[in-house]
Design a protein around this ligand. Sequence first.
Ligand code: PEP
Ligand code: MN
Length: 263
Amino acid sequence: LANRAFHPEDSCIDVSGVKVGRGHLALIAGPCSVESTEQVLEIAQAVKASGANMLRGGAFKPRTSPYAFQGMGVDGLKILSEVKAETGLPIVSELMSPEYLDLFNEKVDLIQIGARNMQNFDLLKHLGDINRPILLKRGLNATYEEWVMSAEYIMASGNENVILCERGIRTFESYTRNTLDLQCIPVMKKLTHLPVIIDPSHAGGKWWLVEPMAKASIAAGADGLMIEVHNDPSNALCDGAQSLKPDKYDELLKNIVEIAHVI
Ligand code: PEP
Ligand code: MN
């Protein structure tokens, strides 16, 4: 179902009225984690003014350490709904368990499956029970073929609204958090007809790597960007080091729009 050979035309996915693919860019921005209503609202208003068309925010967080902040859970989703009501921005948030599928179906416009769950096949199969678009992040050590097959699991279970997201892969390099694989854009577009977006925040793990990698991604044909933005990165509960301040995000989007016009 994902195979380009049977679908020569690029897919265009509709996320609550925002089109992604076929020339339409997903410009997703927001904090790594929902921390409070004030925090999410302030960031959402800023990124919306800059031109973002969706708001991200993690309510359930897949943290390496069980002692790290695990997210606000259901309360975090409530905050996202309030901010959506204020700003109109569709919500992107990560689902980690089928237990919350119905709640996410109700409150989240684009359901993220995180890198660590890319091959959680039971979770993938449950996504066929709903019609919400899915943002499928690439696993930390997943090959292109494995990533395609995970998309295929979701599509074969009955939900064909899949957007792919590269977020950096594990390599020998430890200076950066991960290594951004830009080659995945032309490769995944050759193998599949699905939109491909890039998350330069988790790829590099450093805020100053975000702008150059975001520009390169758009130049290489990406269908959008997911970028972590925080109003107070040094006090963020998660991923402050890779988060842009709203003014930097504003500058970045101006450049992105220019590059998108040229290519
Ligand atoms: C995220 O986007 O907040 C996240 C946890 O990403 P990943 O699954 O790519 O690590
Ligand atoms: Mn994060």
